[in-house]
Ligand binder design. Structure first.
Ligand code: UDP
Ligand code: MG
Length: 325
């Protein structure tokens, strides 16, 4: 039985998106280095993507690359957000597998050998699933749980709960991802869309080693909207059903009103009821319009066909001299 893969099992690139991580990187790099040195039979590289940082991240990265010949660097022209920074990094991995890590040490590099072991067993998408979220507040945990429940119900693409971007992707998954060029990139959904053989790897998610989270509640809320609108059209359907339901209720209410007028006459009462109905319907209409607008706006963004990101600077490891594609 043949499988559609021409996979190299001997090359791994660790991809790290960094945005204002000058304090964590010097702590993180030695840990990644140690984990990779412990791997047997797998050559490895590390690719740091500087997502338009405004602190000393790029300097720190250059120092790291000067001391470590297996480090490649990519700097984007501005801050594009984590999803795009990861896309830019993964685009560069044209050989072997890729391992995605956060720059803040929340995804322990010490587990890389376990990810690689699953890859060698034949899995294509080995994703880390959090059994504990030590660095997160109860609010963050609660909203995350609610989000996974909603997206699990609405989306036809599997998005495993409590799973982030901490994962290993096989060469054929990377090749597939390169074909998905949508601008609104909800990576967890894209990974799920690709499919192939997937396996979860449970881990304890610790707190950041330095600095603070870039994802406040407002950004997370927008991230959740992104996820839902990118992978489900259910909100549009909900708007339709809401409309149908209101029309049905209005129809029966109309019958009652006509009946009452015929039997008891019209005494011009019911002004409060009318206001309530008008306000309610106005609200429902605005919500439905807004929902359509969300999708329309995304369609507009896609239609512009802009490049996903622009590269400002590039540092290739010794022996590799190709410019980013
Ligand atoms: N990140 C990025 N671009 C951004 C925001 C974040 O590349 O615009 C990176 C950040 O440097 C880190 C990862 O994405 O490596 C996760 O960010 P963070 O730790 O702030 O998120 P959290 O862990 O709180 O979800
Ligand atoms: Mg973090």
């Amino acid at each position: 039985m043949g499988r559609m893969d021409n996979q190299r099992h001997d090359l791994l690139t660790v991809v790290v998106a960094c945005f204002n991580e000058a304090d964590s990187l010097p702590l993180l790099h030695p840990r990644i280095r140690r984990a990779l040195d412990g791997l047997e039979g797998v050559a490895s590289r590390i690719l740091y993507v500087d997502d338009g940082s405004r602190d000393a991240t790029w300097q720190r990265l250059q120092e790291i690359a000067a001391a470590d010949p297996e480090v490649a660097l990519l700097r984007l022209s501005r801050n594009f957000g984590k999803e795009i920074a990861l896309t830019a990094g993964l685009d560069q991995v044209t050989e072997g597998a890729a391992m995605i890590l956060d720059a803040d040490g929340q995804d322990p590099p010490e587990l890389i050998p376990e990810f690689v072991a699953r890859w060698r067993e034949g899995y294509d998408d080995v994703y880390g699933t959090r059994v504990a979220r030590e660095g997160d507040s109860w609010l963050r945990r609660g909203t995350a749980a609610a989000f996974y429940r909603v997206i699990g119900r609405l989306s036809h693409t599997p998005v495993p709960a409590d799973t982030g971007d901490y994962r290993l992707l096989s060469p054929r998954v990377l090749a597939a991802l390169r074909q998905l060029r949508e601008r609104h990139r909800f990576m967890k959904g894209l990974f799920g869309w690709v499919g192939y053989r997937r396996v979860a790897l449970p881990y304890r998610r610790g707190a950041r080693v330095a600095g603070r989270s870039k994802f406040g509640l407002w950004r997370l809320w927008n991230f959740a909207l992104e996820g839902i609108t990118s992978f489900s059209t259910a909100p549009l359907r909900i708007a339709t059903y809401l409309g149908l339901l209101t029309a049905l209720v209005a129809f029966f209410a109309g019958i009652v009103v006509v009946f009452k007028t015929l039997v008891w006459g019209d005494r011009v009462a019911g002004w409060p009821t009318m206001m309530v109905v008008i306000l309610f319907l106005g609200g429902v209409q605005l919500i439905a319009l807004g929902t359509i607008g969300e999708y329309l706006g995304r369609l507009y963004e896609e239609a512009k066909q802009r490049p996903l990101y622009l590269v400002d600077a590039w540092h290739a490891p010794a022996g590799v001299s190709s410019a980013p594609q």
